[in-house]
Each structure stands twice: as structure tokens, then as C-alpha cells.
Design a binder for this molecule. Structure first.
Ligand code: NAP
Length: 433
């Protein structure tokens, strides 16, 4: 029997476990450890609540979790409750699949003003992540600035723009639905430091902006290069640009405007005691398509500023870390002998959920190739349970999670798949009932 600990129960963790089971079959015992009492990481806390079809992938992860050789160990924080060194002493391989749940910083003056937040916080708030349930975003403002031109910026703009009725069938948490219902937002500026050809938004997600009940996108036609230049783009981005061109050609008036502000980089956030405006510098592209400031400045009003500029993996004491890139220092997934990373913790926050499938398979193959074939002397799960007992940790099993899951489903409002618990205490009380 080989013993593997996977830290993180999101897509990268489950795809790695699935691949290990395929390669080692009955010869592996896998413990999937998560700091939260609930599994599925980004699927639960990151994927937009109105994109339920994407969340259906958890059925596949459940199949892995219910395998006899797999155990879920929730509510255990590696690096605090149990160290990575202790795990490495217990398991033949330890895989860090911790995702990238922390925000990258803008590093501009005013970033700490009330009303300024990162997408991890805001997305976590509307998705009911216990760390962000108390965020209280200032939705009493008429103007919001969203910084970044990726899919997360689109998610955030769409969630801010939707009517309460448009959340029917979603699992947006009650506190967010109630706050958004009273929102006074009229203008959402989507600020991109480069141009329409450089957006990181995918066509399906961008196309959704044209179908919102009370909000419509607006794009300045003068921001585009010649239409003929679109032919040089990859098909995906070409399709996205065709959406932007359609938005520019057919401006629609609705109560909320989603304004694309291209060629603008934030240089400061200003306000008396809270965010009131973002100061932007007009940019141009250099030969390598990087944005460079032109020296021309202007401001857009913004009582709330949400930076959607990418994420980073939280460092863990004793694990080599690449600060510039916000991920563990690794060579093709190997951090140290016996210690691996996978998914966003390995490559940074890029790609779709599906990208983690081949990523998990590569790490699993690597673990199989690098683990001695001789019988393991490691204690694996037995050793983990000894530590849990000695430290009086309140481990949450997959059975416990299924009780929490059932209670969330039972509490769902009409039409919703569930009402999530937003505090760890509520989750722990529920699993013990
Ligand atoms: P992203 O795709 O990397 O986009 C980040 C955006 O922020 C880029 O437009 C980038 O501009 C900009 N940016 C970075 N630093 C900046 C700064 N200092 N000032 C101003 N702008 C800055 O990241 P993301 O939107 O967080 O998404 C993360 C990953 O999750 C992506 O792979 C995304 O596709 C995926 N995702 C997918 C879905 C979906 O499929 N429905 C939904 C959400 C997220 P530059 O290009 O100039 O660097």
C-alpha cells in the first residue's frame, strides 16, 4: 500500500486522486485534507452561483471521494494544525493542491481605503466562503470600478448587474442576494490596462452581458484596431472581440451601464475616508503588446473598487515559495523529494477547471514513477488519526459532509439548489447532529 496525502479538495486535488486510483488501483490509500469542513474548493467558493452547470462536475469528484481507498479529512489546516513536515513523515507523497485563494495586490496608493477589495473577497462573499461572509461591500454607491479584463471581472460585473429574479436557480447565498437587491449601482466600469485584442475574457462569458435584464455593455468604437486585424487573432479571442464589436455597434440603454474602459491603468484610489474615485493613466501598447503609460490622467467615480487581477497561493511555513508568481517553487510539480504541487498552486491562476485534469494526471504519473515500489513503511492514515486525536482536532469526514450537504439542500429557498452555511461553526454543529 502507498500512502498519499493531498492538501486541498478542489478540482486539482480530486483530479490527482482520480488519476492515482487509475494508476495504482487498490495499492494506494489517499487522504484528501481541506482546511474547510466542506469539499470542492473553487467549485463551491469560486465558480459563479449563476453558472450551476459548471458545478455539476462535483458529481465526478464525489465518485472519487466515495472510493474505499479515499478519505476526506476536512477542517484541518496544514501549516497550523499539522505541519507539512509531519505529513511528509507519514505519507509516501504529499501533494499541495491548495489553489490560489488570496488576492494579488494592486500596489497603488489608496488600496487600503474602505470600499476597495479584491475579487477573492468579493467572490467569496457572494459564494458564502466563511472567510468573507462579513465583507459588507458598499452597494449604496452608484459607481463601481472593476479592475482587470479576465473572466473573474466578468463574473463580478454580471453578479453586480443582475436583478434578484435573474438569480433564480442559483446558489447565491441569502446575505448576498439581500444586499444586492438593495444595490444602487448604475455604472460599472470594467477597466483594462490594454485593449480589446488583449482581453482574457472567453466568448461565452462575454456574450452573457448582452442578455442581462437591466444592464447593458457599452464599448467605445474608437478603441478597436482595424477590423481586418481581427483575422490574426486565435479563434477564441476573435469570437470575444466580435462580441465587443457588436456591443460597440449597437449601444443599448438600460438602467445599469457596464462601461468597458480600455487602455487605462489604475495609478491611485482616492476619497475622504472611503473610495470615491479611481485615478487612471491612459496607456498605449509597446511592440511587445505591454501597456505603457502615456502621462495623461483622468478619474472615474467609484464608491466601490474590485480588483480582479489574479490570485496567489498562500505560502505554507517551510515550503519553498516563488513570491513574484504567488505559487510554490517547483520544477514540473516537484517541490522537494516526496512533496509535489498541482493546479493553481503549481502553475498559478490560469486555465479552466478542465485544465486541472491533465495537470493532476501528470503529477500522479510522476508520483508513481518516483515512489519506491517496495512496501511502504509510512503510517499514512493511522498516523494522521493519531495526530488528530492527540491535538483534539474536529476532523470532518465525507459522511459528515454529506450531512452538511443534505442540510444545505433542505434549507434551499424556492428554486435554489441549496442555501450554504457561511460559518465554520454552523457547519460543525450540523455535521454532529
Ligand atoms: P486573468 O484571466 O489572468 O485576468 C487578469 C486580468 O487582470 C487581465 O486582464 C490582466 O491584464 C489584468 N491585470 C493584472 N494585473 C493588473 C494590474 N496590476 N493592473 C491592472 N490590470 C491588471 O485572471 P482572472 O480573471 O482572475 O481568472 C483566473 C482564471 O480563472 C483564468 O484562467 C480564467 O479564465 C478562469 N476563470 C474562468 C471562468 C469561466 O470559465 N467561466 C470564470 C472565472 C475565472 P493583462 O492581460 O494586461 O495582464
Amino acid at each position: 500500500m502507498h500512502h498519499v496525502a493531498i492538501v486541498g479538495s478542489g478540482p486539482a486535488g480530486y483530479y490527482t486522486a482520480e488519476a492515482l486510483l487509475r494508476l495504482w488501483g487498490e495499492d494506494v490509500a489517499i487522504d484528501i485534507i481541506d482546511r474547510l469542513p466542506v469539499p470542492f474548493g473553487l467549485i463551491r467558493s469560486g465558480v459563479a452561483p449563476d453558472h450551476q452547470s459548471i458545478k455539476a462536475v462535483t458529481r465526478r469528484y464525489e465518485g472519487v471521494a466515495l472510493n474505499n481507498n479515499v478519505q476526506f479529512a476536512g477542517n484541518i489546516l496544514i501549516g497550523k494544525d499539522i505541519s507539512v513536515d509531519e505529513l511528509m513523515a507519514l505519507y509516501d507523497a504529499v501533494v499541495l493542491a491548495t489553489g490560489a485563494p488570496h488576492d494579488r495586490k494592486l500596489d497603488i496608493p489608496g488600496e487600503d481605503l474602505p470600499g476597495v477589495m479584491g475579487s477573492a473577497e468579493f467572490v467569496g462573499w457572494y459564494n458564502g466562503h466563511p472567510d468573507h461572509a462579513d465583507l459588507a461591500p458598499p452597494l449604496d454607491t452608484s459607481h463601481v470600478a472593476i479592475i482587470g479584463n479576465g473572466n473573474v471581472a466578468l463574473d463580478v460585473a454580471r453578479i453586480l448587474a443582475k436583478t434578484p429574479e435573474e438569480f433564480h436557480g442559483s446558489d447565491i447565498v441569502a446575505h448576498a442576494l439581500e444586499s444586492l437587491s438593495g444595490s444602487r449601482i448604475r455604472t460599472i466600469n470594467l477597466i483594462g490596462r490594454r485593449g480589446p485584442h488583449q482581453i482574457a475574457m472567453t466568448p461565452k462569458e462575454l456574450g452573457e452581458l448582452a442578455h442581462l435584464e437591466r444592464a447593458a455593455p457599452r464599448v467605445d468604437p474608437t478603441d478597436f484596431p482595424d477590423a481586418g486585424d481581427d483575422a490574426m487573432l486565435e479563434p477564441g479571442i476573435r469570437k470575444s472581440v466580435s462580441h465587443l464589436r457588436a456591443f460597440a455597434a449597437n449601444p443599448v440603454a438600460k438602467p445599469i451601464t457596464i462601461e468597458f474602459d480600455f487602455f487605462a491603468r489604475p495609478v491611485a484610489i482616492e476619497g475622504e475616508g472611503r473610495a470615491e474615485r479611481v485615478v487612471l493613466e491612459r496607456t498605449a501598447l509597446d511592440e511587445e503588446l505591454r501597456s505603457v503609460g502615456t502621462g495623461e490622467h483622468y478619474s472615474v467615480p467609484a464608491g466601490m473598487v474590485i480588483a480582479c487581477i489574479g490570485y496567489q497561493t498562500p505560502p505554507i511555513a517551510g515550503v519553498p515559495y516563488e513570491h513574484g508568481r504567488g505559487r510554490f517553487a517547483n520544477t514540473d510539480g516537484l517541490i522537494l523529494p516526496g512533496l509535489y504541487c498541482v493546479g493553481w498552486a503549481r502553475r498559478g491562476p490560469s486555465g479552466t477547471i478542465g485544465t486541472n485534469k491533465p495537470d493532476g494526471a501528470i503529477i500522479a504519473e510522476r508520483i508513481v514513477a518516483e515512489t519506491p515500489t517496495s512496501p511502504s513503511r509510512k503510517r499514512g492514515r493511522t498516523g494522521l488519526h493519531d495526530l488528530v486525536r492527540a491535538r483534539k482536532l474536529d476532523l470532518v469526514s465525507f459522511d459528515d459532509w454529506q450531512r452538511i450537504d443534505a442540510a444545505e439542500i433542505a434549507a434551499a429557498r424556492h428554486g435554489a439548489p441549496r442555501e450554504k452555511f457561511v460559518s465554520v461553526d454552523e457547519m460543525l454543529v450540523t455535521k454532529s447532529q
